[in-house]
Design a protein around this ligand. Structure first.
Ligand code: UDP
Length: 388
């Protein structure tokens, strides 16, 4: 039987593993933690589903990704809505026409909305950093307001940098909407697994050809030397899919790649609902960026009790749990050096947010994993499992 070694039992590793297992690969997964799912892991506490590593919302434009995950769990439709505390009011984020109406008087709000529509007649949304470059004075004024009140403080907390110092793609994740659409995401498929992500991923991993070794630090078993991989001292010629931090494979020889991390604080309350929506952002006060009320992400939440999570961003050096790659020219250059160093290792495949150093959403992670798995299967069928 064909073999594949996968490092990491997160969403990337398990997706690729499942597809390969269905195609007659014997899949061995090495997982450092004592549980499945990577950072999408969740667990029940008094019937409230706690997302251990922060709330995860599934959304995608890709029907093939939605179809793929639907094989492994029941889902229910869920559209995420977020409020941000701006000048003492809770207004919708992404900042949209409703947010304008709530923060400006009628006359001013009308001017601002007209200016936006005139400046961008064809667009549904525009990133704040682009709005700031507008030649229209009214648009500029609004952009400055949004920049200062929605993005500046939040981004300073989240990344330790101002939005101007960040890669523009990061602010563009939450653009200003030129309509009353107050959904956080506009993707066609917005669904949540009925019983949680752990149940989804566990079902995905249930296949006779998959075995997972928990509390197994791959780096104490795997050695990459020149163009070869050794597993427990023996050369491993079959594919290895690696989903951990790329620099750890090469002993951090070019230095650290930076990541941002989070510390989560839970608050238990004996009330039915603690805040008006699942997520409230606090761009301009407190050390945390946002609070989320987990049970509101469940289809049938329990009554009379709830759990809130507060997110405190920190550098990864504080927790040693990487959540976000810090995309920038400089960091991409460093990443490329590591990638080039590993290029000659023809049976090594890098996959996922950490190994690819990309701020992927869950759906893209799954998409990439599906592609990689089908590529390996294709190569095998063509008698070429060495080429990348
Ligand atoms: N952001 C912000 N204010 C907000 C929401 C988002 O400044 O109210 C910025 C911030 O820099 C954040 C980025 O937009 O890191 C992306 O936000 P998103 O909600 O996509 O972050 P995630 O849920 O992935 O942590």
């Amino acid at each position: 039987m064909k073999q594949v070694l996968i490092v990491g039992a997160g969403i990337s590793g398990i997706t690729a593993g499942r597809i390969l297992a269905e195609n007659n690969y014997q899949v061995t997964i090495l997982e450092k933690r004592d549980h499945i799912g990577g950072n999408v892991y969740d667990y029940y506490e008094d019937n409230i589903l706690i997302h251990k590593y922060g709330p995860h919302l599934f959304h995608t434009r890709l029907p093939q990704v939605a179809e793929f995950i639907k094989q492994f769990s029941e889902f229910f439709p869920y559209e995420h809505r977020v409020l941000g505390e701006i000048q003492g009011k809770l207004v919708p984020i992404p900042f949209n026409f409703k947010s304008i109406d709530m923060l400006f008087n009628i006359e001013e709000a009308t001017h601002l909305k007209q200016a936006l529509k005139q400046a961008y007649p064809e667009k549904e949304s525009v990133p704040v950093m682009e709005l700031r470059k507008s030649k229209d004075k009214k648009v500029q004024e609004l952009a400055e307001f949004v920049y200062q009140n929605v993005f500046y403080g939040y981004t300073k907390k989240q990344w330790g940098k101002s939005p101007e110092e960040m890669d523009s793609s990061v602010m563009a994740r939450v653009p200003v909407r030129l309509s009353y659409d107050d959904r956080y995401f506009t993707d066609e498929f917005q669904i949540m697994p009925l019983l949680g992500y752990t149940e989804l991923i566990t079902t995905m991993a249930e296949h006779k050809n998959i075995s997972i070794r928990y509390q197994c630090d791959a780096l104490s078993h795997l050695v990459v030397e020149k163009e070869k991989i050794y597993f427990d001292g023996e050369e491993w010629k079959e594919p290895v899919i690696y989903t951990g931090c790329i620099e750890e494979l090469s002993g951090r020889c070019f230095g650290n790649l930076p990541y941002r991390s989070l510390i989560f604080e839970l608050e238990h309350k004996n009330v039915t609902q603690a805040q008006p929506v699942v997520q409230v952002n606090y761009p301009n006060q407190y050390l945390y960026t946002r609070t989320s009320e987990f049970k509101l992400l469940q289809k049938e939440p329990v009554k009379d009790k709830t759990v809130l999570v507060y997110e405190y961003p920190v550098p990864c050096t504080e927790t040693r749990i990487p959540y976000y790659p810090v995309e920038s020219e400089e960091n991409r250059t460093l990443y490329k050096k590591y990638k080039e160093l590993l290029e000659p290792v023809k049976n090594l495949y890098l996959l996922g947010r950490l190994a690819e150093y990309q701020y992927y959403n869950m759906d893209i992670t799954i998409y990439q994993a599906m592609n990689l798995a089908y590529k390996l299967i294709g190569e095998e069928k063509n008698g070429d499992n060495k080429g990348k």
